[in-house]
Design a binder for this molecule. Structure first.
Ligand SMILES: Cc1cc2nc3c(=O)[nH]c(=O)nc-3n(C[C@H](O)[C@H](O)[C@H](O)COP(=O)(O)O)c2cc1C
Length: 493
C-alpha cells in the first residue's frame, strides 16, 4: 500500500457510530472499509464494493468526518478509489474456506477467542462478542479470594499516530464471586451452545485448584485454563511465581486434573528464561495444552515532572504486565520453541500476545498455535476487530487456495532453526527503486551512522548510490526507508 495512503488511513479515528457512514447516501460504509484498510485487510475493504456511487457523489462523508471541524477531514473519497483499485488486483478463489479449528479436540468455529482479562468479564460483554463472531472465550480468571484493584491500573506506550503499541496493566483477577461467574457460564452455554468456554482459574493450594476445576467443569466450561502466570498478584506465592517453577506447575496441574476430565491448558508466563521445561512439567502434570503468553513484567515509563512511574497510584507504581503489539515477537519466540520441542509438540498451543490483525494471526498459526486469544487489541479497538480478523484470514486463504486453517498451522515451525544452521554465503544487496525514492536520504544517514558506510547521498540529485564493495547486505536501509523504495538482489560471495 502506498505510504501516503497508509498515512491517511492511520489518521482515521475509527469512530463509534461513524458519522461518515451515517452521512453516506449510498450505504458504502466508508468507516468499515477504512477500518479494514487500517487492519491491513484489503479483502474486507473491497467486499461488495463498487466505486460507481462515490464517483458521482460530492462526499458528504468528508463533511461529516469528526476531523472536519478542524479542517482535517479524512480524504474518504480518495481512499474509496484506492479500495476500488485494490479490488482489481485481488485474485480470490470462489471456493468457500473452512475457518474452523479446535482447542484440545473441542471444535472452534474459527481460531479467535477473547483471552482471559477484562474483555471477558461478564455475560453482556461475552454475548456481544459471540454475536459478532468470536468463537470462544477464556473467561476472566476466577479465584476464591477478594480483589482490591488500584485506580488507575493501566498505562500505554503510544506510536506516533497515537495507537498503543505497548500496554501495561496492574489488574488482578475477576472481581465477581465464583457463584456469579459459573452462573454466567451456564447462561452462555444455554444461549451459545457451539461457542467454546475456557474457564481460567487460580487456586491458593491444591484443594482450591481441584475445587475450582470441578465447579467450572460442572457449570459447562469446555476447557480449564490454569493461570500460572499473572504478574500482578499481591500475594507473591501466586500467579507468575507458580509459572516460574516446574515443581509448582506440575503439582498444581495434577491437583487441577483431579477436579476434571476435560482438557486443561497451562497458561504460562514469559517472565522466565526458558518456557519449554515449564511446559514439559505442565504436560507431566496432565495438561493437554499450553496457553502463551501472559503479560511481561514491565515499567512503561516515569512521569518526569511528578517522578511517578506509570500508572501512578498516589505517586507510586509497581511492575505490571506488558501486552499488545510490542510483545508479539516475544510471544512468537515462546510459541515456536514449544512447537519445536519433541515432548511438547503434540500439545495444543493457544497463542496470544500482541495479535491485532489477521496477519499477526497467520504468523501465530504458522509457528504452531492452533487457537488464538486477544485482549489488548480489543481493549483499544473493540470486539468489532473480529470482522477483519475473519475476512482477512479468509481472503488470505482464498488467494492461496488454502481450504482449511489446519493447512496453515505449523507451516513455519521447521523454518526456525538454530543460528549456526543459517546459510552465510549469500548477500542480498539493496536495490534502489529511484522512481519511488523521494530523496529523503534516510537510508544514507542510517547506513553511515549505523551500518557500513555503503550508501552515498548525492545532495544535488537527492538520490542514494550504493558502494557494493562496502555493503554487507544488513538491510538497515530497507528498514528505515519510509516509502519502501528499496528492494533486493541476491549475490553469492
Ligand atoms: C487488563 C488486562 C487484564 C488481564 N487479566 C488477565 C487475567 O485475569 N487472567 C489471565 O490469564 N490473563 C490476563 N491478562 C493477560 C491476557 O489474557 C493476555 O495473556 C495478554 O494480555 C497478552 O495478549 P494481548 O497482547 O492480546 O493482550 C490480562 C491482560 C490485560 C491487558
Amino acid at each position: 500500500m502506498d505510504w501516503l495512503v497508509k498515512n491517511e488511513i492511520n489518521r482515521c479515528l475509527l469512530c463509534a457510530e461513524a458519522p461518515c457512514s451515517k452521512a453516506c447516501p449510498y450505504q458504502v460504509e466508508p468507516d468499515r472499509r477504512i477500518r479494514s484498510l487500517y487492519f491491513e485487510n484489503p479483502y474486507g475493504a473491497s467486499e461488495g464494493f463498487s466505486f460507481d456511487a462515490c464517483e458521482k457523489c460530492d462526499a458528504p462523508c468528508e463533511k461529516a468526518c469528526c476531523l472536519a471541524s478542524q479542517s482535517k477531514a479524512i480524504a474518504i473519497r480518495d481512499l474509496m478509489r484506492k479500495v476500488s483499485e485494490t479490488k482489481e488486483t485481488l485474485e480470490l478463489s470462489s471456493e468457500e474456506v473452512d475457518l474452523s479449528t479446535s482447542i484440545c479436540g473441542v471444535k472452534l468455529e474459527n481460531p479467535f477467542m477473547l483471552s482471559s482479562s477484562v474483555v471477558a468479564s461478564d455475560y453482556e460483554m461475552i454475548s456481544k462478542a459471540f454475536e459478532l463472531g468470536w468463537a470462544g472465550v477464556a473467561y476472566k480468571t476466577i479465584c476464591l479470594f477478594e480483589q482490591h484493584e488500584t485506580s488507575p491500573r493501566f498505562s500505554a506506550l503510544k506510536s506516533r499516530t497515537g495507537s498503543f503499541y505497548g500496554f501495561k496493566n496492574i489488574e488482578q483477577l475477576s472481581d465477581h464471586a465464583l457463584e456469579e461467574n459459573v452462573a454466567v457460564f451456564k447462561q452462555l452455554k444455554d444461549k451459545y451452545p457451539t461457542k467454546v468456554i475456557v474457564a481460567s482459574i487460580m487456586g491458593r493450594n491444591e484443594k482450591e485448584w481441584e475445587y475450582l476445576a470441578r465447579v467450572c467443569d460442572e457449570a459447562g466450561a469446555d476447557v480449564i485454563e490454569c493461570n500460572f502466570s499473572c504478574p500482578n498478584m499481591e500475594d507473591n506465592t501466586l500467579g507468575v511465581t507458580i509459572g516460574q517453577s516446574r515443581r509448582l506447575v506440575e503439582r498444581f496441574m495434577k491437583a487441577t486434573r483431579k477436579g476434571t476430565k476435560k482438557p486443561i491448558l497451562a497458561k504460562l508466563t514469559p517472565n522466565v528464561t526458558e518456557m519449554v521445561p515449564i511446559a514439559q512439567a505442565a504436560k507431566r502434570g496432565g495438561a493437554n495444552g499450553i496457553a502463551a503468553i501472559n503479560t511481561i513484567k514491565s515499567i512503561t515509563g516515569v512521569n518526569i515532572d511528578s517522578l511517578a512511574p506509570e500508572p501512578a497510584v498516589r505517586g507510586q507504581s509497581s511492575l505490571g504486565g506488558y501486552s499488545g503489539a510490542a510483545v508479539k515477537p516475544i510471544a512468537l519466540r515462546f510459541i515456536s520453541e514449544i512447537a519445536r520441542d519433541e515432548e511438547c509438540k503434540t500439545m495444543h498451543i493457544s497463542g496470544m500476545g500482541g495479535i491485532e490483525t489477521w496477519r499477526d494471526a497467520v504468523e501465530f498459526l504458522l509457528l504452531g498455535a492452533s487457537s488464538l486469544q486477544l485482549t489488548t487489541a480489543i481493549m483499544q479497538y473493540g470486539y468489532r476487530i473480529i470482522e477483519d480478523l475473519l475476512s482477512g484470514l479468509a481472503g488470505y486463504m482464498k488467494e492461496r487456495n488454502i481450504h482449511k486453517v489446519s493447512e496453515i498451522i505449523r507451516g513455519s515451525v521447521d523454518n526456525v532453526v538454530d543460528l549456526n544452521q543459517l546459510e552465510r554465503d549469500t548477500i542480498l544487496y539493496p536495490k534502489f527503486n529511484l522512481d519511488a525514492c523521494i530523496g529523503c536520504g534516510r537510508c544514507s544517514i542510517s547506513c553511515f551512522d549505523g551500518g557500513h558506510h555503503a550508501i552515498q547521498f548525492d545532495a544535488e540529485t537527492r538520490r542514494p548510490k550504493l558502494n557494493g564493495s562496502k555493503c554487507v547486505g544488513c538491510h538497515l536501509c530497507r528498514l528505515v526507508c519510509p516509502v519502501q523504495a528499496i528492494g533486493t538482489v541476491r549475490k553469492r560471495i
